[in-house]
Design a protein around this ligand. Sequence first.
Ligand code: SF4
Ligand code: SF4
Length: 613
Amino acid sequence: MPLGKLLTGSKGDKVLAVGNEALARAAVEAGISYATGYPGTPSTEALETLARFSKTYPIRVEWSINEKVALEKAYGYSLANLSTLVTMKMSGLNVALDALFSISYSGTPGPMVVYVADDPGAHAGMCEQDSRKIASTIPVPVLSPASSREMYLFTKEAFKLSEKYEIPVIVRSTTITAHSREVITLGEIHEQKKAKTPVKDIKRFTKANPLWCQEQHRNLLDKVDQMKRDSERYVHLIEGSEDFGIIVTGAPYRVLLEIIKRNDLNIPVLNVGMPFPAPEKILLEFIKNLKEVIVIEELEPVLESQILEIIHKHDLKIRVHGKTDGTTSHVGEIGFHEVAEILSKRVKLKESYQGIEGHINVPPRKLTFCAGCPHRNTYFILKEAAKRAGLKELICTGDIGCTILAMYKPLEVCWTEVCMGASIGMAYGLSKALDKKIVAAIGDSTIFHAGLPATVDASQYDANILILVLDNNWVAMTGHQPTPETGIDAAGHATKKISLEKILAGVHEVKIIDPYDIEPSIKIMEEALKSKNLKIIISKHECSLMKLRLGKVEKRFKIIEEKCVKCLKCLRETGCPAIRIINGKVMIMEEICTGCSLCAYICPHGAIVECCE
Ligand code: SF4
Ligand code: SF4
């Protein structure tokens, strides 16, 4: 995606940018020296954009093996007085949380901003967790932009706050803010800070002494309390004459503004940009003369709880509507339909917003593997091997990434999906509890991220499981970021290639198969399934999309019309999107076929044959 002026523009230039790009530009302007993270929708483009900046500016940008390691590496830079950014999706925050708690207690000598993108509505799958709530539990401040413009402004502010209070500051966006475009006005790119050797201060930077640890905790609480004053800078007040008011934060603010404008409403509104710690004084001022207040925020009642505390503290008689009385839901996004429904109970709206979010008629699309995806072959091989091994039931724990798509038809192999790396531990537990062979299916980047500790356990206690690593050389689900095996960094520069095979071989015997080589792979898999011991198989073949992009497709297949009896076995059993029925004929779209040969293996009539590349 061309970024043009976002990368090269100077102070005063106006640029159209999505939230993730706006955040990246703001971080560069704030003078960061280091940015790292782990890919995860909807946060991924932030680091990808920074990688583009790193070609011009002296910023080190890299994907890390997981979010915890990313945060710890960034903290090293912060200890050396440098400014850092760490990016992740909401579930990544859980992985990084152990480090984030401790870092927050000790504080950050160099500014540190943690960008977390939440996903209300679970558009990208995974839990709808609210990172603001986690921030308030640590506690660390969290800024919650409602637009690209605020993403840009708040990120710059986050660096200033982190520098002032020496604690990590979270910028929390949601899918819609991360991905929607708005014009931002660029600022100056500030000089980077100079690296300094940290002051050795074990009272501040270690935890084993309970008194020191308590002191660190007290310091953190004091800082966050003081930040309630800073929080007052990130509010926007709209005057109104109604006797009820609305307090809103995050993406729903834009929706609310639009509805108010289009319906000429006269409701007092307070937008809160820093939902934790909330601007206590301003909230009190806003609510004290109202009869009722509606709090609009997605997911958890983070702001609402603080408002209820203020009301309790000042003994006010104001009714609060939000999560506590079911006015807003804990589940899903708050869009036009939801905001209009809340308002229509109190004021007359000129327009109907019923179903407005779904007005674009997008053709339905089945979730399936791409044409020629090596994972399709691997799961087909697994099913075939299970049949030949006489397994009555194939129980397979799935994992995060493209590999989980085998839960759908026609493969229907994966039973579960919990979190990064969980397939192995769960397979272990199931195998011990049921005393039978269980398969754990996990991708290469996922096993690097969080699957290695469970693999060590499985080997130590000889679990009766098959760890099936589907290795396609890329973090494919999030847009083909490199894994440690790929041998390039975020900007495309060469790095050392880390061999997954050698790492796993240090733990247990490993067999390698090529899933495009179907029959020999079935035999190896069958043997593994018959065994009562731990088996590890790496099914290794590059992602078919990358093969297409990089011109690495060696062969393609076609259907000989005269031989085809239209039984549709190839289509039904593979579900390959390259196989279509056109004008009553079964055909292969040769331009997207990557020659996996699965359909040819399946066709009982020898109607599918290789054709030239
Ligand atoms: S060989 Fe068959 S199954 Fe494989 S990509 Fe081509 S059409 Fe699809
Ligand atoms: S499996 Fe073979 S015979 Fe059946 S529809 Fe496909 S190409 Fe035709």
